[in-house]
Design a protein around this ligand. Sequence first.
Ligand code: ATP
Length: 257
Amino acid sequence: MAGQIKLAIKHISKTYQSERGEMLALHDINLGITENEFVTVIGPSGCGKSTLLNIIAGLEQATTGQIFCDGAAVEGTGSERGVVFQQYALFPWLTVRQNVAFGLKIRQDKSAAAMARVARYIDMVGLTDFAERYPKELSGGMRQRVAIARAYAADPAVLLMDEPFGALDAQTRGQLQEELLKTWEKEQKTCFFITHDVDEAILLGQRIVIMDARPGTVKEIVNVDLAYPRNQQTRLSEEFLAIKKHVWEQVYSGAAV
Ligand SMILES: Nc1ncnc2c1ncn2[C@@H]1O[C@H](COP(=O)(O)OP(=O)(O)OP(=O)(O)O)[C@@H](O)[C@H]1O
Protein backbone atom coordinates (compact mmCIF):
# COMPACT_ATOMS: atom_id res chain seq x y z
CA MET A 1 0.00 0.00 0.00
CA ALA A 2 1.34 3.47 -0.89
CA GLY A 3 2.01 6.14 1.74
CA GLN A 4 4.30 6.61 4.65
CA ILE A 5 4.45 3.90 7.31
CA LYS A 6 3.14 5.37 10.55
CA LEU A 7 3.18 2.25 12.65
CA ALA A 8 5.56 -0.63 12.01
CA ILE A 9 5.03 -3.92 13.81
CA LYS A 10 8.17 -5.97 13.37
CA HIS A 11 8.61 -9.61 14.33
CA ILE A 12 6.45 -9.32 17.44
CA SER A 13 6.19 -12.46 19.53
CA LYS A 14 4.82 -12.78 23.03
CA THR A 15 5.22 -15.69 25.41
CA TYR A 16 3.31 -15.73 28.68
CA GLN A 17 4.59 -17.72 31.64
CA SER A 18 1.87 -19.52 33.50
CA GLU A 19 1.65 -22.30 36.07
CA ARG A 20 1.18 -24.73 33.20
CA GLY A 21 4.34 -23.55 31.48
CA GLU A 22 4.95 -21.22 28.60
CA MET A 23 2.19 -20.04 26.28
CA LEU A 24 3.05 -18.54 22.91
CA ALA A 25 0.33 -15.89 22.49
CA LEU A 26 1.78 -14.14 19.43
CA HIS A 27 4.21 -15.50 16.88
CA ASP A 28 6.21 -13.26 14.53
CA ILE A 29 3.62 -10.60 13.74
CA ASN A 30 4.66 -8.20 10.98
CA LEU A 31 2.53 -5.33 9.80
CA GLY A 32 3.04 -1.86 8.37
CA ILE A 33 0.21 0.62 8.85
CA THR A 34 0.34 3.75 6.72
CA GLU A 35 -0.43 7.28 7.83
CA ASN A 36 -4.20 7.85 8.19
CA GLU A 37 -4.99 4.25 7.42
CA PHE A 38 -7.89 2.54 9.21
CA VAL A 39 -6.99 -1.06 9.95
CA THR A 40 -9.41 -3.45 11.62
CA VAL A 41 -8.34 -6.67 13.31
CA ILE A 42 -10.50 -9.75 13.67
CA GLY A 43 -9.85 -13.33 14.74
CA PRO A 44 -10.93 -16.08 17.10
CA SER A 45 -11.04 -15.51 20.83
CA GLY A 46 -7.58 -15.82 22.33
CA CYS A 47 -5.67 -15.19 19.09
CA GLY A 48 -3.81 -12.33 20.75
CA LYS A 49 -5.62 -9.24 19.44
CA SER A 50 -5.64 -7.43 22.78
CA THR A 51 -2.10 -8.55 23.53
CA LEU A 52 -0.95 -7.02 20.24
CA LEU A 53 -2.84 -3.77 20.90
CA ASN A 54 -1.40 -3.55 24.41
CA ILE A 55 2.11 -4.04 23.05
CA ILE A 56 1.55 -1.27 20.46
CA ALA A 57 0.16 0.96 23.24
CA GLY A 58 3.26 0.22 25.33
CA LEU A 59 1.17 -1.29 28.13
CA GLU A 60 2.79 -4.70 27.66
CA GLN A 61 6.22 -5.72 26.51
CA ALA A 62 6.85 -8.02 23.57
CA THR A 63 9.05 -11.04 24.21
CA THR A 64 10.81 -10.43 20.90
CA GLY A 65 10.38 -7.87 18.13
CA GLN A 66 9.73 -4.16 18.15
CA ILE A 67 7.08 -1.55 17.42
CA PHE A 68 8.02 1.68 15.65
CA CYS A 69 5.83 4.78 15.60
CA ASP A 70 7.04 7.37 13.06
CA GLY A 71 10.30 5.47 12.92
CA ALA A 72 10.96 5.69 16.68
CA ALA A 73 11.03 2.50 18.76
CA VAL A 74 8.12 2.29 21.21
CA GLU A 75 9.43 1.93 24.76
CA GLY A 76 6.27 2.43 26.78
CA THR A 77 3.05 4.42 26.68
CA GLY A 78 3.06 7.75 24.87
CA SER A 79 0.61 10.55 24.08
CA GLU A 80 1.07 9.95 20.34
CA ARG A 81 -0.79 6.63 20.82
CA GLY A 82 -4.31 7.04 22.24
CA VAL A 83 -6.29 4.03 23.46
CA VAL A 84 -10.04 3.40 23.73
CA PHE A 85 -11.07 0.22 25.55
CA GLN A 86 -14.38 -1.64 25.66
CA GLN A 87 -15.04 -0.42 29.17
CA TYR A 88 -15.56 3.29 29.37
CA ALA A 89 -12.57 4.47 31.35
CA LEU A 90 -14.09 7.79 32.38
CA PHE A 91 -13.44 9.69 35.58
CA PRO A 92 -16.74 9.49 37.50
CA TRP A 93 -16.06 12.71 39.41
CA LEU A 94 -15.57 14.76 36.23
CA THR A 95 -18.28 16.06 33.90
CA VAL A 96 -18.42 15.12 30.22
CA ARG A 97 -16.66 18.39 29.36
CA GLN A 98 -13.97 17.83 32.01
CA ASN A 99 -13.46 14.22 30.91
CA VAL A 100 -12.95 15.28 27.29
CA ALA A 101 -10.68 18.17 28.34
CA PHE A 102 -8.60 15.70 30.33
CA GLY A 103 -7.44 14.25 27.04
CA LEU A 104 -5.87 17.50 25.90
CA LYS A 105 -2.13 17.34 25.60
CA ILE A 106 -1.64 20.38 27.77
CA ARG A 107 -4.14 19.71 30.51
CA GLN A 108 -3.70 23.07 32.13
CA ASP A 109 -4.63 24.75 28.86
CA LYS A 110 -7.74 26.76 29.66
CA SER A 111 -7.44 29.01 26.62
CA ALA A 112 -10.45 29.80 24.47
CA ALA A 113 -8.91 27.72 21.68
CA ALA A 114 -8.56 24.68 23.95
CA MET A 115 -12.11 25.04 25.25
CA ALA A 116 -13.42 25.42 21.69
CA ARG A 117 -11.59 22.24 20.78
CA VAL A 118 -13.24 20.38 23.65
CA ALA A 119 -16.65 21.73 22.65
CA ARG A 120 -16.08 20.69 19.04
CA TYR A 121 -15.40 17.07 19.98
CA ILE A 122 -18.33 16.95 22.38
CA ASP A 123 -20.48 18.23 19.54
CA MET A 124 -18.95 15.74 17.13
CA VAL A 125 -20.25 12.87 19.24
CA GLY A 126 -23.62 14.54 19.76
CA LEU A 127 -23.31 15.28 23.48
CA THR A 128 -23.45 19.07 23.59
CA ASP A 129 -26.63 18.95 25.69
CA PHE A 130 -24.94 16.61 28.16
CA ALA A 131 -21.62 18.44 28.53
CA GLU A 132 -22.18 19.31 32.19
CA ARG A 133 -23.47 15.87 33.19
CA TYR A 134 -21.51 13.18 35.04
CA PRO A 135 -20.81 9.70 33.65
CA LYS A 136 -23.31 8.02 35.99
CA GLU A 137 -26.07 10.07 34.35
CA LEU A 138 -25.23 8.72 30.88
CA SER A 139 -26.11 5.54 29.00
CA GLY A 140 -23.40 3.09 27.96
CA GLY A 141 -23.38 4.41 24.39
CA MET A 142 -23.06 8.00 25.61
CA ARG A 143 -20.16 7.07 27.88
CA GLN A 144 -18.36 5.43 25.00
CA ARG A 145 -18.96 8.57 22.92
CA VAL A 146 -17.23 10.56 25.68
CA ALA A 147 -14.29 8.13 25.60
CA ILE A 148 -13.98 8.58 21.84
CA ALA A 149 -14.27 12.38 22.06
CA ARG A 150 -11.57 12.38 24.72
CA ALA A 151 -9.27 10.24 22.57
CA TYR A 152 -9.77 12.52 19.56
CA ALA A 153 -9.36 15.72 21.61
CA ALA A 154 -5.93 14.53 22.72
CA ASP A 155 -5.04 14.40 19.03
CA PRO A 156 -2.84 11.29 19.11
CA ALA A 157 -1.11 10.33 15.87
CA VAL A 158 -2.45 6.80 16.26
CA LEU A 159 -5.76 5.69 17.76
CA LEU A 160 -5.83 2.16 19.20
CA MET A 161 -9.31 0.80 19.84
CA ASP A 162 -9.97 -2.52 21.57
CA GLU A 163 -13.58 -3.50 20.82
CA PRO A 164 -14.83 -0.04 21.75
CA PHE A 165 -18.40 -0.89 20.72
CA GLY A 166 -18.40 -4.47 22.01
CA ALA A 167 -20.67 -3.81 24.99
CA LEU A 168 -23.29 -1.77 23.12
CA ASP A 169 -26.66 -2.72 21.67
CA ALA A 170 -26.86 -3.10 17.89
CA GLN A 171 -28.56 0.24 17.25
CA THR A 172 -26.14 2.32 19.33
CA ARG A 173 -23.28 0.38 17.84
CA GLY A 174 -24.45 1.24 14.31
CA GLN A 175 -24.74 4.93 15.25
CA LEU A 176 -21.26 5.02 16.74
CA GLN A 177 -19.81 3.23 13.71
CA GLU A 178 -21.21 5.97 11.50
CA GLU A 179 -19.95 8.71 13.81
CA LEU A 180 -16.51 7.17 13.84
CA LEU A 181 -16.51 6.87 10.04
CA LYS A 182 -17.52 10.52 9.66
CA THR A 183 -14.91 11.67 12.14
CA TRP A 184 -12.20 9.63 10.50
CA GLU A 185 -13.12 11.00 7.08
CA LYS A 186 -12.97 14.56 8.43
CA GLU A 187 -9.93 14.23 10.65
CA GLN A 188 -7.88 11.49 9.12
CA LYS A 189 -6.02 9.50 11.72
CA THR A 190 -4.18 6.23 11.82
CA CYS A 191 -6.54 3.74 13.45
CA PHE A 192 -6.02 0.20 14.74
CA PHE A 193 -9.42 -1.19 15.67
CA ILE A 194 -10.13 -4.63 17.17
CA THR A 195 -13.53 -6.22 16.71
CA HIS A 196 -15.32 -9.57 16.86
CA ASP A 197 -17.88 -8.39 14.34
CA VAL A 198 -17.26 -9.18 10.66
CA ASP A 199 -19.60 -6.41 9.44
CA GLU A 200 -17.89 -3.86 11.66
CA ALA A 201 -14.45 -4.94 10.46
CA ILE A 202 -15.49 -4.40 6.83
CA LEU A 203 -17.51 -1.22 7.32
CA LEU A 204 -14.73 0.60 9.18
CA GLY A 205 -11.59 -0.89 7.72
CA GLN A 206 -9.55 -0.03 4.67
CA ARG A 207 -7.73 -3.25 5.42
CA ILE A 208 -8.75 -6.13 7.63
CA VAL A 209 -6.11 -8.16 9.44
CA ILE A 210 -7.46 -11.65 10.01
CA MET A 211 -5.64 -13.46 12.81
CA ASP A 212 -5.34 -17.12 13.67
CA ALA A 213 -4.97 -18.60 17.16
CA ARG A 214 -2.52 -20.83 18.99
CA PRO A 215 -0.20 -19.21 18.38
CA GLY A 216 -1.54 -15.84 17.30
CA THR A 217 -0.43 -15.13 13.73
CA VAL A 218 -1.60 -13.00 10.83
CA LYS A 219 -3.61 -15.34 8.61
CA GLU A 220 -4.60 -12.95 5.86
CA ILE A 221 -4.90 -9.25 5.11
CA VAL A 222 -7.96 -8.23 3.12
CA ASN A 223 -8.23 -4.94 1.24
CA VAL A 224 -11.63 -3.28 1.52
CA ASP A 225 -12.12 -1.17 -1.58
CA LEU A 226 -15.56 0.16 -0.68
CA ALA A 227 -16.24 3.80 -1.56
CA TYR A 228 -16.73 6.57 1.03
CA PRO A 229 -18.87 7.85 2.56
CA ARG A 230 -19.76 4.50 4.09
CA ASN A 231 -22.83 4.03 6.26
CA GLN A 232 -25.19 1.25 7.33
CA GLN A 233 -26.56 1.10 3.76
CA THR A 234 -23.12 0.07 2.59
CA ARG A 235 -23.69 -3.26 4.31
CA LEU A 236 -26.34 -4.12 1.73
CA SER A 237 -24.13 -3.63 -1.32
CA GLU A 238 -22.98 -6.60 -3.36
CA GLU A 239 -19.32 -5.68 -2.91
CA PHE A 240 -19.79 -5.63 0.85
CA LEU A 241 -21.51 -9.00 0.87
CA ALA A 242 -18.79 -10.55 -1.28
CA ILE A 243 -16.10 -9.37 1.16
CA LYS A 244 -18.24 -10.53 4.07
CA LYS A 245 -18.50 -14.05 2.65
CA HIS A 246 -14.74 -14.26 2.26
CA VAL A 247 -13.88 -12.82 5.70
CA TRP A 248 -16.53 -14.95 7.37
CA GLU A 249 -15.10 -18.12 5.85
CA GLN A 250 -11.57 -17.18 6.88
CA VAL A 251 -12.51 -16.31 10.44
CA TYR A 252 -14.85 -19.24 11.03
CA SER A 253 -12.77 -21.88 9.31
CA GLY A 254 -10.65 -22.01 12.49
CA ALA A 255 -11.75 -21.93 16.12
CA ALA A 256 -15.04 -20.37 17.20
CA VAL A 257 -14.98 -16.58 17.48
N1 ATP B 1 -1.41 -11.88 31.46
C1 ATP B 1 -1.54 -13.07 30.85
N2 ATP B 1 -0.97 -14.19 31.36
C2 ATP B 1 -1.09 -15.38 30.75
N3 ATP B 1 -1.74 -15.56 29.58
C3 ATP B 1 -2.32 -14.50 29.03
C4 ATP B 1 -2.26 -13.19 29.63
N4 ATP B 1 -2.93 -12.31 28.82
C5 ATP B 1 -3.41 -13.03 27.79
N5 ATP B 1 -3.04 -14.34 27.91
C6 ATP B 1 -3.33 -15.41 26.95
O1 ATP B 1 -2.84 -14.99 25.69
C7 ATP B 1 -3.76 -15.36 24.66
C8 ATP B 1 -4.17 -14.13 23.88
O2 ATP B 1 -5.01 -13.32 24.71
P1 ATP B 1 -5.69 -11.99 24.17
O3 ATP B 1 -6.53 -11.43 25.26
O4 ATP B 1 -4.66 -11.12 23.59
O5 ATP B 1 -6.61 -12.56 23.00
P2 ATP B 1 -7.81 -11.87 22.20
O6 ATP B 1 -7.66 -12.29 20.78
O7 ATP B 1 -7.82 -10.41 22.48
O8 ATP B 1 -9.06 -12.57 22.87
P3 ATP B 1 -10.59 -12.10 22.94
O9 ATP B 1 -11.03 -11.96 21.52
O10 ATP B 1 -11.26 -13.21 23.65
O11 ATP B 1 -10.62 -10.80 23.69
C9 ATP B 1 -4.91 -16.08 25.34
O12 ATP B 1 -4.71 -17.47 25.24
C10 ATP B 1 -4.82 -15.63 26.78
O13 ATP B 1 -5.27 -16.63 27.66
